[in-house]
Structure formats: structure tokens, C-alpha cells
Design a protein around this ligand. Structure first.
Ligand code: G
Ligand code: G
Ligand code: NA
Ligand code: MN
Length: 257
């Protein structure tokens, strides 16, 4: 309960909740194509807290909708700051994680409409990452909200693809623009035939459905080469960069076209 009231306070006033940014790159050219924003809590006494520790509490307490809006706003503001510094952000995608509770938030679509207008961001810059498990609770509301988001021009990404119970039925029921191949399949893609076969199948499925693909959790050059050779368009993982605060991004290492 202490942590809950502290999160409440962090959302109200202080600059404790910060977006860390993890790049993803074009598999062929290595060029930077976007960032995923991942929340970190810089707690004044406890130090840096990972979302694994406080997201369950945020979801149970209902604070997660405020947290998600807070993080979307923070990350967009950072993008605008980069633009003001002359970085070419207009080609980049910004991926943001969204908990299922947001589908019950009736103001979400209007809020996002206002946000992209206020920051003069093309709506298709924003990609909302949703996991299959997030859709289990809210099957019908999610359809309506996702349709409204798509009309607005915001992109939807299905996160951790392949790990849920009925991945294909989600693709059938909902409109997605991007599949993120779960890191479990990437981990052994260059060493295990089953992993390779699964990744190939996901790539074929994505191509047939006209979806963009990002492979997550790329940690080695061997995985990178394998995924590139298999035709996976975009890659993300520690091999390229770990999530980092805005002021620690090593732009020199990221090819920006
Ligand atoms: O960065 P990793 O480091 O520890 O992230 C752990 C989990 O936290 C991931 O599954 C990610 O989807 C989730 N997560 C990170 N940032 C956010 C956020 O701003 N909102 C929500 N709802 N989930 C987030
Ligand atoms: O659930 P989601 O896919 O949003 O969260 C991604 C999680 O994976 C985050 O906790 C992020 O910090 C972590 N991550 C990002 N790149 C890598 C990687 O290359 N290897 C591993 N093991 N984890 C990664
Ligand atoms: Na994600
Ligand atoms: Mn994921």
C-alpha cells in the first residue's frame, strides 16, 4: 500500500517516472527506425524500480491508466524535444505499451487526438503495443476502441506474438499493423530448427496479412544475421541497444537516415 500511495504521488507531482527508450533498426541497413518507450521509476529511496515490480500493483489499483497516459505524454514530449534539437524524428515510430484497463477509459481516443495535434506529430508515429493477454479481459470494448484508434491514424502492434493462447484468433478479430515476434523464438532462431520454423511461419503470415514485423530480444550477431537473411524487416534487442534514458542515447552508434 505504501508503494501505491507513492506511485499516486509520483503521478501527481514529481519527475520520478521516466521513459527509457530502446531503439529498433532496419534489418538490412541498420538504420534507426524507431524507439519503444519503457517506464522506469526513479524512486528517491529505493532507486531504479523496474515495471515488473510495480505494474501489477498499478493494474490492480487502477492507477495504470494514469501511468500509461503520463508515459505517453512524457515520451511524446521527448520526441518533440529531439525534433527541436534538429533530429529527424518524422521518419521514426514511437512504440508505447498499453495495459488493458485503457480500453475502459472512455476519453482515451479524444485524449490521443488532442495529444498528436498539440505536439504536431503525425498520428502514425505512435504505435500502441498491446499483448494478447491484455485483450482477454476486454474483447468487445477493445474492438471499438481499436477501430477508433485506427481511424485516427495511430498504429497498433501485437506484442509478444506467439506466446498467448490463441494468437491467430486475435489477428482474425482485431486490426493490427505490426507483429512483434516474442523474444522466446528469437533466442534460438539461429540454433534450433523449431525456432527457425516458427519465425519463418510468423514472417509468412505477416507478409500474407500485410503486417509489419519487429523481432524483439536480438542479443547476438548470429541472431541478427539469421533474421536478416530470413527477411525480417526490423530488429530490436540488447545487441543494438538496451533501454536507456533520453540523455544516455548513443546517437552516434545509431545510423539515422
Ligand atoms: O523494460 P522491461 O524492462 O522491464 O519491461 C517490462 C514490462 O513492462 C514489459 O512487458 C512492458 O510491456 C511493460 N511496460 C513498460 N513500460 C510500460 C508502460 O509505460 N505502460 C505499460 N502498461 N506497460 C509498460
Ligand atoms: O513485454 P515487452 O515486450 O514490452 O517487454 C520487453 C522486455 O524485454 C523489456 O523488459 C525489455 O527491457 C526487455 N528486453 C529488450 N531487449 C532485450 C534483449 O535483447 N534481451 C532480453 N532478454 N530482454 C530484452
Ligand atoms: Na512492448
Ligand atoms: Mn514484447
Amino acid at each position: 500500500l505504501a508503494l501505491e500511495s507513492e506511485l499516486r504521488r509520483a503521478l501527481d507531482e514529481e519527475e520520478q517516472l521516466v521513459p527509457y527508450f530502446q531503439p529498433f533498426v532496419d534489418a538490412q541497413s541498420g538504420a534507426l527506425v524507431g524507439f519503444e518507450s519503457l517506464v522506469r521509476w526513479r524512486h528517491p529511496e529505493r532507486g531504479l524500480i523496474s515495471p515488473a515490480v510495480f505494474l501489477p500493483m498499478a493494474e490492480e489499483s487502477g492507477l495504470v491508466t494514469r501511468l500509461d497516459r503520463y508515459m505517453i505524454d512524457r515520451a511524446c514530449r521527448q520526441l518533440v524535444a529531439w525534433r527541436a534539437e534538429g533530429r529527424r524524428i518524422d521518419q521514426l515510430s514511437l512504440h508505447l505499451n498499453l495495459s488493458s484497463a485503457n480500453f475502459h477509459d472512455p476519453g482515451l481516443v479524444d485524449w490521443l487526438t488532442e495529444l498528436v495535434t498539440q505536439y504536431a506529430l503525425p498520428p502514425d508515429t505512435l504505435h500502441l503495443e498491446i499483448t494478447e493477454s491484455a485483450l482477454i479481459d476486454v474483447p468487445d470494448i477493445a474492438v471499438t476502441v481499436m477501430q477508433a484508434l485506427t481511424r485516427l491514424g495511430i498504429r497498433l502492434a501485437l506484442d509478444d506474438f506467439g506466446t498467448g493462447y490463441s494468437a491467430l484468433s486475435y489477428l482474425h478479430r482485431y486490426h493490427f499493423d505490426v507483429l512483434k515476434i516474442d523474444q522466446a523464438f528469437v533466442a534460438e532462431v539461429d540454433r534450433k530448427e523449431e525456432s527457425e520454423a516458427i519465425v519463418r511461419a510468423i514472417l509468412a503470415l505477416a507478409a500474407a496479412l500485410g503486417l509489419d514485423v519487429v523481432a524483439e530480444g536480438v542479443e547476438t550477431a548470429a541472431q541478427m544475421h539469421k533474421l536478416r537473411e530470413m527477411g525480417c524487416a526490423k530488429l530490436q534487442g540488447f545487441y543494438f541497444a538496451a533501454p536507456a534514458p533520453a540523455d544516455a542515447i548513443d546517437w552516434g552508434r545509431l545510423v539515422c537516415e
